[in-house]
Every structure is written in C-alpha cells, then in structure tokens.
Design a protein around this ligand. Structure first.
Ligand code: ATP
Ligand code: MG
Length: 346
C-alpha cells in the first residue's frame, strides 16, 4: 500500500469519527425511545462526517503547509527565480512529491557547486600559467635592457645583439597575448568565421610552401597526400592556422630527417583529415590534457623554448567552432597523429 495523501487521511478519519458518532447516536436514541431511528442515525452520520472531513482537511492542510512551505518555496523560488509556486497542491502524494523535488534540487545544487569549484580551480591554474609564461620573456627583456643601460649600449660588439634579443622577447610576449586573445574570441563566439567552400588540398600545399625554410632547417619533410581538389566548408584563414600549428609541432617535436603526412578519409558528409608525424611522440598520460591551453609535455619546454602550449588549444577551438571534432593518437617514441573532421562542401 502506498503512502496516504492528506485528503485520504482526512477522509478516513472523518469516516471513522462519523461512524462512531452515528453508532453512539443510535444507541442513545434507542434507549431514549426516539422515532425513525435509522434515518436519524444516517442524517447524524452525514452531518458529523461532513463537518469532521472539512475540519480534518483544514487541519491537515495547515499542518502540512506549515511544515513544508518554507522548503517548498525555497526550492521553487530558486528553480524559477521569483515565480510564486502558487500554493501547494495537496491532492496527490504531496510528501513523496516534495521529497522528490527536494532531492532533485539538492542534486542540481551539488552539480552546480562542483562546476563552480572546477571553474575556480581552472581559473587559478590559468592565472598561474599565464604569469609563469609571461615571466620568462619579461625577465629576459629586462636583463638585456639593464645590460645595455649599464654600459652595453656603447659596446659595439653587444649592443645590436642585445637589442635583437630584447626584441625577440617582445615578439614572444606578443605571440602569447595574440594567441590568448584568439582563444578568448573563439570561446566567446565573437570571432567572425568566414565559412566558405574552399580547396583544402591547395591550402595545405601553400602552407607547406610557407613553412619551407623552417622545415628544411630541421630536415622534416612535410607531405600533402590529400585528394586533389578536396573541398570543405571552412574558414580558409583559420584552417591555415590549424595546419601551421600542427606542422610547427611536427617540426619542433620531430626527428631530423622525419616526415609529416596529411591524408584525408571521406565519411558521409564529412571528411577526416589526418596529420601524422614520426617524431618523439607523446606518452599516454598526457593525451587527455594535450588540448588545454598552456599544457606542455614535461621536457618539451627545454627542447622548444618558443612554445607556450597554446598552439593545440587554438587548433581545437578552430575545429570546434566549425562543428568538427579533433583527436590525437600517440605513444612515446612512436610519432603523433592528429585527426579532425570537417564538413565536405556540397
Ligand atoms: P606553441 O604551439 O603555443 O608555440 P607548444 O608547441 O608547446 O607551444 P602546443 O602546440 O599546444 O604547444 O603543444 C602542446 C605540447 O604537446 C607540446 O609542448 C609538446 O610537448 C606536445 N606535442 C604537440 N605536438 C606534438 C607532436 N607532433 N609530437 C610530439 N609532441 C607534441
Ligand atoms: Mg605548438
């Protein structure tokens, strides 16, 4: 048997009271020898039952209201901001309903608190990372300028060199700020994407040409194996950035004489693009966090001084806002393969 509703409790109690009262009335009237015994008892029962039912309903309503009102109101007000719940409907299983609502509300609150805590931790880590990333170039610039001021300026052998180094530090600062600005714009959706039907194969060829000096220097062969004339719906400028960042990584974290190949695999209305290198690879424990901003794999900092860990965060954001997904497959010493989806142009 389920839980009784307040209405049912009132009904049953009134019924019991009515019956007892009618029985008492019956015996009292019989001993006093009154006429029409049965009718008098029925009428008496009906009156007492009616009065008792309303009295109990009212009493129970008030009791339940006073007990759960505050709770109910709190839940409802928080749920629908200022909207009044408009009283409590006591016709159903009110306690069960309140119970369910309160526990749903508590779960919702718990999730919200967890999200806020995560966001707070993320914010703290982000600011820490940012300060750390900015500190290195600022210290370098400060060092070179101080040396110049303390006499280096007059020394023909170092003045130009130190100024160049200070300028490189400023470039690095600029790159970090620009990258962060781009990520923020992509995240907040204020970045205007120009999605058009574009030739991805041609874009990759041009990007490879643009990176020739860098790739030749590190002797990494960038190879375009995309189907000729592969057309996708994407922002050409942003896609150039995606390939530049991925090729940069393949060059920075590749072995001399290595290769980085771009391939495509059509799937329905999408295409899977793969950028695979045979470089140093990434061990498994780093893969889940690889696309986070500022995330870098342990020793890569020493290997690549210029990197600030924003390249892949930007790549992921660009793919995301175009409606695609990105993945990475890698193992330490076995190269890395980045694959992402793009919409095919119709
Ligand atoms: P930035 O690209 O902002 O100049 P970065 O290269 O350090 O700096 P990401 O491109 O986001 O930052 O890469 C994050 C980290 O992932 C790198 O520091 C590197 O350790 C690792 N990584 C990225 N691509 C590769 C790759 N192809 N092979 C091996 N490790 C890689
Ligand atoms: Mg990079």
């Amino acid at each position: 048997m389920g839980q009784l509703t307040p209405r049912q409790v009132a009904l049953l109690t009134a019924l019991a009271v009515g019956l007892v009262a009618a029985a008492l009335l019956y015996f009292f009237m019989r001993s006093s020898g009154a006429f029409n015994l049965l009718w008098a008892s029925v009428v008496g029962f009906a009156i007492i039952f009616g009065v008792a039912y309303f009295a109990f309903s009212f009493g129970i309503d008030r009791f339940v209201h006073s007990r759960i009102k505050v709770l109910y109101r709190t839940v409802h007000e928080l749920k629908r901001s200022r909207k009044e719940p408009g009283g409590i409907d006591l016709s159903g299983d009110v306690l069960g309903k309140v119970n369910a609502e309160v526990s749903a509300w508590a779960t919702e609150r718990r999730t919200e608190i967890r999200e806020l805590e995560e966001r707070e931790a993320f914010r703290r880590e982000f600011i820490g990372n940012l300060a750390h990333e900015l500190k290195t170039p600022i210290f370098n610039i400060q060092g070179y300028i101080l040396t110049l001021l303390e006499g280096g300026l007059e020394d023909e052998k170092v003045n130009r060199d130190f100024l160049n180094r200070a300028s490189n530090g400023v470039d690095r600062l600029m790159k970090i700020v620009e990258d962060l600005d781009l990520i923020t714009k992509l995240e907040s959706g204020v970045m205007d994407l120009r999605i058009t039907s574009m030739d991805l194969t041609e874009l990759v060829t041009v990007t490879i040409e643009n990176m020739e000096i860098l790739s030749k220097e590190k002797q990494i062969d960038l190879v375009n194996e995309l189907t000729p004339g592969l057309r996708v719906m994407a922002d050409r400028y942003r896609m150039a950035q995606v390939f530049t960042n991925l090729f940069n990584n393949a060059i920075n974290y590749g072995h001399t004489g290595g290769r980085c190949v771009v391939r495509s695999y059509p799937m329905d209305d999408q295409v899977l693009v793969e950028v695979a290198d045979d470089g140093i690879g990434i061990s498994e424990e780093h893969l889940p966090r690889l696309f986070e901003r500022f995330y870098r794999v342990g020793k890569s900092r020493a290997r690549n001084e210029g990197g600030s860990g924003l390249g892949l965060a930007i790549v992921k954001h660009i793919i995301d806002v175009q409606g695609g997904t990105i993945n990475v497959k890698s193992a330490e010493g076995e190269g890395a393969t980045f694959s992402f989806t793009l919409k095919l142009a119709v």
